[in-house]
Structure formats: structure tokens, C-alpha cells
Design a protein around this ligand. Sequence first.
Ligand SMILES: Cc1cc2nc3c(=O)[nH]c(=O)nc-3n(C[C@H](O)[C@H](O)[C@H](O)COP(=O)(O)OP(=O)(O)OC[C@H]3O[C@@H](n4cnc5c(N)ncnc54)[C@H](O)[C@@H]3O)c2cc1C
Length: 468
Amino acid sequence: MAVLPAQEGRFEYSVPVLVIGAGACGLTAALAAKESGAEVLVLERDAKPTGSTTLSTGLIPAAGTRFQKALGIVDTPELLADDIWRKAKGETDRAMVEVVATASGPTIEWLADRHGVAFKLVEGFLYPGHSVLRMHGTPHRTGEELEGALLAAAGRLGIDIMASATATDLFAQSDGRVTAVRFIRPDGVQETIGCDTLVLACCGFGGDKEMVRREIPEIADAEFWGHVGNKGDAVKWGRELGAAVADLGSYQGHGAVAVPYGNPLNWGVLMNGGYQVNALGLRFSNEVRGYSEQAVEVIAQPGRIAWDIYDEARERPILGFADYEAIRSLGGIRKAASLRELAALLGIPAGDLERTDAEVNLLREGTGDDRWDRSFRGTQPLQAPFCAVKVTGALFHTQGGLVIDIAARVLRPDRTPLPNLFAGGGAARGLSGPSNWGYFSGGGLLTATTLGRIAGASAGRLVAGADA
Ligand SMILES: Cc1cc2nc3c(=O)[nH]c(=O)nc-3n(C[C@H](O)[C@H](O)[C@H](O)COP(=O)(O)OP(=O)(O)OC[C@H]3O[C@@H](n4cnc5c(N)ncnc54)[C@H](O)[C@@H]3O)c2cc1C
């Protein structure tokens, strides 16, 4: 994994736009570059492209889309930008927030109308930090469907994806211009391909345990549910090229991964008035601030687990989500006619669970203040049958990365762009600020798709002789 001096001469094979990584970012970048008229090749380490994108729920927030308008939902890029900004406590790059928010709606419509991604708006609950309904997902709400649709779109445009090709080294001139990429095949054979521009879409460093321990020790011992092939290559190459990196302590965690199944339990059950208790039957946090920061709260509990407690009214909006149906079909949802029976099923003290539920019901009526500053006002008491799922906290993907500008050009610390290098998605600095609390629901695929599209279009413009 290195940046080596550019070799003289021509390469046997060279492409105008080379993309590393075939997840949502790399594929949207490839689509945009191809549409701009540039020839593009995607290098992907896996035999079958998956990425964190396939592992995800595939939900993308976007503002002002025709899907929202059809349901009478009023949303604007400004409102989305303000929501992202608020979640990050203002500790991120406002210009990037605005660019991403502005690009979000057009990107969803472009993917739907031009590239056949079958989006529908998620209804029934708001995700943490969202002022209005704005999550767009494929019919079964899976990243697998999203990745499949993007691969199909790439196939229709004749975009070449070279699978089983792990990029190992970049070749660059002294000014940072990347001239070629070396990659290795599973049989050990190495090949080099020349490029006029390079888009880094190889996500973050969640798959490099040591790097996670160094940069984000608080989550290093949690399970990593993202793509293990994402080993921080963009940051490693970027540093050698003199690029700026930022917010490496930032990440998307998740505080409700079903145990032992590994599927994320939809946050809707909590947003609509459910709550989490630990093995003692006690609440321990404000569950609706966000699912990312909840990961460390859950793994700090006895046995590193918690139980999501809800009822069938809260279950209804998430029926049909593939992740929920998987947990259900595997027997992960416990149901009981009373809290006492539920506690017995879960092996937690019945009196404490009943007391917790009674305390929450007082908060629902507006009596007293929550110790953890959560408002339950206006939510209805849980009704039998009661439901519970055992969950733990996990790392989904890292949010720190290469600093880019509004054209997705990778920047040096003095904010001058490297000559021909672009990045997006998990390879680039996200919009979450420095830590775990700033992750905006859906921020991963939001930046993967919008910045991927911008990076591909910018690379296409550059090879056509225009400014990126
Ligand atoms: C369980 C789970 C649920 C999630 N749900 C959501 C959600 O609903 N909404 C949301 O917004 N986000 C969600 N996320 C986060 C989201 O999946 C990521 O933010 C997003 O997929 C990142 O896209 P990407 O294209 O940057 O990276 P990826 O999709 O991970 O793609 C990167 C690709 O680069 C390849 N690669 C890496 N290094 C190399 C190399 N050296 N050479 C060649 N190829 C390489 C990898 O194999 C991979 O295919 C979830 C994540 C997880 C784990």
C-alpha cells in the first residue's frame, strides 16, 4: 500500500477515469463520468461487488424529491442542510453540507428516472434528526437491492467493472498527479493501469482493526458490521500524496444490532415511543438522539447488550423491511401478553421492567422530566402484546477521511486541490463532525451517492479539458 514515483512512458492500458471501489459511491461516480462522455473503469477487490452498500439498509435521505411531493411532504435543501448541521453541532464544513443537501433530491431522481432505481419514501416514523419524512429506499429496504440496481445501471451504460482486483499502489508525479494504479489479482499477479483521473471510492477504515483502535478506541472492541475489505486505503494513499484528512474519530455506529443475528433493528420502534432497557430492566440513555451514538451506550451495559421494548403498534411501520423480517423469521422477536411474562422470557427482573414502563408512561403524559432528557410527550403507552429484541452496539462504517471541495477534488492542508484526484462516500470526510454523535441518519449513502455523482462528473469534465 504505497504511493510510488510515476513511471515514464505509456501503459499498455489506460483509462480517462479510473474508479477504485464498486459500492454506491464508485458506481454513481462511474455512471456520472460515463454520462459526461468519459470512458471509465471501476476496480473492485471482491469477486462480486458488495461493499458496505450491500450490507446496508439502503436508505438515502434527500430533500424536495418528487417522491416527497407525491405525499404532500414539504422539504427543501435548506431544511435538510440545517438538520445535518444541527446533528453535527456545527462542527463540520457548512459548504459541503449545503452542496450535499442541494444535490440530494436531484441525485435520487436521477438514480430513479435515468438509472431505474426503484425508490419509495419510507413512511410511518421519522429517523433521528430528520424534520420531515425524507428517507428513500428500494422496495424491500435493502442495500443489496440498491447495489444490484446500480450494477445493472452500470451494465446498461457499458461500464467495465474489473472484479477481483485489489488496488495496492498509486503512481504519482511530484506535484501529486496520479498517473497509474497497480492492482493485484487473487492469484498474486500484479497489473498496472494508467489513468487521467482517479476517483477514490474505497470507503473508510472499518476493516482495519488496528487503525480503528488507533483513531476510534471507544468502538474498537465492538463488532464491525461493515465491509471488511474497507481498510482505509484512501486515507493511507491520501496522506502519502500530501492530502488533508479530517475527523478520523468520526463514525457511524448502531445501537440496536439484533443478537445474535447481526441485522440492524429498525430505529422506528424507538422513534415512535419504544425504549431500551439493559439486563437489569433499566433505561440508560436518550434513545432517540441517534442510532450512531447509541452504540457505545449499549456496549457499556452489563453483558454489552440491551433490549428494545415496544409493541405491535410500533412494529407495524417496519413490517416488510427485510432486516426486520429476517430477525422475525429467525425467532429474534420475543412477544408476551404482559410485561411480567416478557421479563421472564428475557431473563430480566420483572419488577424493574414494570417500574421502567410506568415511569415512561408518566413521561408520556408530561409528568416529570426524563433523567436522560428524552421527550416521550404525545406517545401512547405500550399495549399488549409487548415485543422485545436483544441488541448490541456495533461499528457500521467510519466517517473520517480525505478532505474534499465542492467538486469532490481531494484537497491539501492549504486547500489547494491535488491535480486529478477525487473522492466521495466513506473515502472522504463525512458531514458528522469529529465524533460519534454527529452522524445524521442516512448520512453514509447520502454522501456516497451525491459525492460519487459529483466526483464522477468532475472527473469527466477534467478529462474533457474543462475545469473540474
Ligand atoms: C449494516 C449497515 C447498515 C447501513 N445502513 C445504512 C442506511 O440505511 N443508510 C445509509 O445512508 N447508510 C447506511 N450504512 C452505511 C453505508 O452502507 C455506507 O456509508 C456506504 O455504503 C458507503 O458507500 P461507499 O461506496 O463509500 O463504500 P462501500 O459500499 O463500502 O464500497 C467500497 C468498495 O471499495 C472496495 N475496495 C476497498 N478497498 C479497495 C481496494 N484497495 N481496491 C479495490 N477495491 C477496494 C470494497 O471492496 C467495496 O466494494 C449502513 C452500513 C451498514 C454496515
